[in-house]
Ligand binder design. Structure first.
Ligand code: ZN
Length: 217
């Protein structure tokens, strides 16, 4: 079935009034609905919002999408997304070339950059090891990381994977792989969220914070 035909069938089957909208609109709603955080209802609202504001919203969005699709690529060194390769972080001589922070995805890199606390470079794995999802070491950018860790100027690898089962498994695997390199390997601390009250924390977070306690005197 053609895409248009599929959209028409979907439209005819829609129980939310979508039978009244054209296949072109349904196709737009369908694509918007695949975006993270947008369910079918919000996708429909977003589509309507765009179509009713062609000049101020729809056309600029179209131009931005086309520009991003044409210019943004993954950095061949670290996996960050940028319109230049190497990316701005890899190319910046002011960044500390001795430390590499390993993250699961670009969103995590952005989150760490927002803290303004890390001035080293990054390495984006492109996922986490997961037996359940069949994701093995060869599916992630691990060989590139090991190669970078072997460079003479690199002295520390910071593993900033999530505090989930897959995140911990990946961190353990990476520390094994990096053991042969002449680098210090560290992990992000797990503990109390800033502003967090003990009484509201889950047992796992509180227990890990207790284990990772820091000496004051
Ligand atoms: Zn880069």
């Amino acid at each position: 079935m053609t895409e248009e035909g599929a959209a028409r069938t979907e439209a005819a089957a829609g129980a939310d009034g979508s039978a009244m909208t054209s296949p072109a609109i349904e196709r737009l709603v369908g694509h918007l609905g695949k975006l993270p955080g947008l369910g079918p209802r919000s996708a429909r609202r977003a589509a309507l919002h765009l179509l009713e504001r062609r000049d101020s919203h729809l056309e600029p969005l179209l131009a931005a999408l086309r520009n991003a699709a044409e210019s943004v690529r993954a950095c061949a060194t670290c996996g960050n997304l940028d319109a230049q390769d190497p990316c701005a972080i890899c190319a910046d001589p002011e960044r500390d070339g001795t430390a590499i922070c390993v993250v699961e995805q670009v969103a995590d890199l952005w989150a760490l950059e927002r803290t303004l606390m890390f001035r080293g470079r990054y390495h984006v794995l492109g996922g986490l090891l997961s037996a359940l999802d069949g994701i093995g070491p060869e599916d992630l950018a691990i060989a590139g990381l090991v190669a970078r860790a072997g460079a003479p100027e690199v002295s520390e690898i910071i593993l900033a994977t999530s505090a989930t089962v897959d995140g911990q498994t990946t961190a353990h695997y990476l520390s094994d792989r990096l053991a042969a390199c002449d680098v210090a390997v560290s992990r992000l601390a797990h503990g109390l969220p800033v502003g967090g009250e003990l009484d509201y924390l889950d047992d796992g977070t509180l227990g890990t914070a207790l284990k990772a306690r820091q000496r004051l005197l």
